[in-house]
Write a new protein. Structure first.
Length: 323
């Protein structure tokens, strides 16, 4: 079987050379930009080479199937584990706290300040980074390691991220299954909240930060989570990811539900601060005591657990529909 595969590879390579040799310069250029090719290593084994476009618009060449992966962001770490590739992950950041197994991997530093020396020591064959590492990408590329930027700001982009990582790691079936599972769970929520008339949807205020006061605009990931859960983000009309706002404007928009992330035990402090803000005592969310904390990890990370954030939000918005 191995000899048959090797012969097939040789035939493919010969055919490609004939095309380049007989065609004009334009045909040769097209051959060189093939998204996928087959190379023959000195050992005689067939090595798959893929050229993909990452989410910074960069073309990245992946030779072979990555077996030693380092993730520089919590969301990418979660994607790797969700695809069943935890055993290939050799390094993570100190903020990669899910699943618990991630904590057992070698730490290569913080989210925004990874240790180049530690990365080199771990000898990875793939680095998964996010857009926050944009300035670091050229320096990382100098290490001779493929660097793939994987970042999502919408659910559609998240599906593309999962598909991309699954493709280059050789687990496309697992990627398709994960995406299908997520879509099924999202669809189940959408079907339940579809019975709610637009004018009856709950108005939601999401507090990103309290000092200065910041919320989530239309470009924030949480905005889509709120929408999928059947709510209306009161700052969803703001063309900004995380706009700075005022307590008075929040009161004017009369939210019926308030959500805020639990930054590791800050819930009680935030609750007390809200109660003291001028004009908030007359807001429906305060009157009806509909102020809830939600996990910062699942609501802000563009990873597979975003489905849990949608499900949790929907149950908070419409408990009567999910009994």
């Amino acid at each position: 079987m191995k000899k048959q595969l090797l012969m097939l590879a040789v035939i493919l390579v010969v055919c490609m050379l004939v095309v380049v040799g007989c065609g004009d310069a334009e045909e040769a250029a097209e051959t060189e930009t093939l998204d996928e090719a087959v190379e023959i290593a000195e050992s005689g084994e067939i090595v798959k080479t893929i050229v993909v476009t990452d989410q910074m618009g960069r073309e990245v060449t992946i030779v072979g199937v990555p077996e030693r992966i380092i993730s520089l962001s919590p969301s990418n770490t979660e994607i790797i584990f969700a695809l069943g590739l935890g055993d290939r992950l050799v390094g993570v950041t100190e903020y990669c706290n899910y699943p618990p197994e991630a904590q057992g991997k070698d730490i290569i530093g913080g989210f925004s300040n990874p240790s180049i020396e530690r990365i080199v020591e771990l000898e990875p064959d793939l680095l998964l980074v996010s857009t926050i590492h944009e300035e670091e990408v050229p320096r990382l590329e100098e290490l001779g390691i493929p660097v793939l930027v994987v970042e999502s700001s919408t659910l559609f982009e998240l599906y593309a991220s999962i598909s991309l990582v699954a493709e280059i790691t050789g687990v496309t079936i697992a990627g398709e299954a994960l995406i299908a599972s997520m879509q099924k769970r999202i669809q189940a929520i959408e079907e339940v909240v579809a019975v709610i008339a637009p004018e009856d949807k709950v108005r939601v205020y999401y507090e990103v930060y309290s000092d200065p006061l910041m919320s989530a605009g239309q470009d924030a990931f949480i905005n889509e989570i709120i929408s999928l859960a059947g709510g209306v983000n009161i700052f969803g009309d703001v063309n900004e990811s995380y706009p700075q706002i005022s307590a008075e404007v929040v009161a004017e928009r009369q939210p019926q539900v308030i959500l805020y992330p639990d930054y590791h035990g800050t819930a009680d402090m935030v609750m007390e601060a809200m109660a003291d803000r001028p004009g908030w005592e007359s807001m429906p969310a305060v009157i009806d005591n509909r102020i809830y904390t939600i996990s910062d990890d699942i609501s802000s990370r563009p990873g597979p657990r975003v489905v849990e954030a949608v499900e949790a939000a929907a149950r908070l918005f419409y408990p009567e529909l999910f009994n």
